[in-house]
Design a protein. Sequence first.
Length: 103
Amino acid sequence: MSSNTIKPLQDRIVVRRLTDEEAGTKSASGIIVPDTVSKEKPEQGIVVAVGEGKWDEDGEKRIPMDVKVGDRIIFSKYGFDEVRIAGEELYIVSASSVLGIIV
């Protein structure tokens, strides 16, 4: 996925959801943990593109983003919009829906 395929605006982030293997929902032996086990867990993904940030209250300065392309993040399960670009399913997430960066 090329980051120039979609450019998020303001404080939005484009995220590729982690695969079962990347997220750890598939065991080493290939057993997939059912969705019912992880239903209420937040989502995880890799940041593909980042907006420039919101403007401050005076509209004079942008508030810098806390994430960068390549970060692995945890975000709210219901805080995103799904889009399909070039056959790939991506999420557009607001910065306020990002719960943390996995380090």
